[in-house]
Design a protein around this ligand. Sequence first.
Ligand code: SAM
Length: 308
Amino acid sequence: MSFRATLPSLSHKLPPSSRAWLSRQFRDPYVRARLSYPANYRSRSAFKLIELDQRFKFLQHDDVKTVVDLGAAPGGWSQVVAGKMGWTEQSVAGLAEVMHARAKKKQVEGQARGSFGLKGPEKEPDTGSWSPDVQIDEVDPLRELGLDQDITPPPVGRGTIVAVDLLRIEPIAGVKTLQMDFLSPEADAYINALLPSEPGTEGKADVILSDMAGNFSGNKTADIESSIDICSAVFEFAQRHLRTSKSIGRRQGGVLVLKHFAHPRSVEFRAEKLTPNFGMVHYVKPPASRAGSGEGYWVCTGWKPVTT
Ligand SMILES: C[S@@+](CC[C@H](N)C(=O)[O-])C[C@H]1O[C@@H](n2cnc3c(N)ncnc32)[C@H](O)[C@@H]1O
């Protein structure tokens, strides 16, 4: 039974708020796209990162080797990053192609056996109809279709992605996951241990993403405090672990993407912490972000720290 088909049959049993939520889900093009083949993203949020990257292109450089994704569960953003770095998007598509090719190969093998008068390996050909003078063309239908070679496995991507969340993240190719509280004192050391120390990278990240949001209590002051605390902790993490634009050798290199909520305190935070330390700070409300939500993203490029 399809998702859509269950709505009318269930709706009369649900409270109005749940009906409204369901109805919004059914109408939401991003929810439908998320579920569609082949992307199959785990979260609707994945499209926010896709839209941010389409605009600012921070994941589209080959020199982007290390990305940290904070507040990553269920893993939509990590899937997008892994795809950009040659891991999952190609792996998912690659896997689909492998499955398709395998099915086709089986089908062709079946037809091949059929065309030579065999239903299966155990059945002998009908020798009564054979004549020694008849020349049989040895056409290999698998070779004709280019399916005689071993199917190559999905490609291996470049670099490292570290994904952190309080919640478990199901495995994603190319992504190292950590289930822990990013705000805990030991988080920094755990994440640092997963950052590769390749020559020239100083063991730092090229891009740090944070889609973290605490649980809303309903108390506006407490909620904005919690959001600012998260932004401050991410900024301090960036101070220790983000590669500078100079080290990367690109003016826009060293990127921090930071979710926050609209509030005068957020504006202060941006002016005090972000603006002086990055070449550019853009406020973005990506189209995939629901109009009614107060969330927005700062896309900060060109890390050139002046405060320590
Ligand atoms: C909006 S969701 C992230 C969705 C994710 N970007 C995706 O595409 O799948 C926010 C996440 O932040 C996580 N989070 C909130 N506070 C956290 C903390 N202190 N440490 C780690 N994760 C946290 C939540 O558990 C939640 O999974």
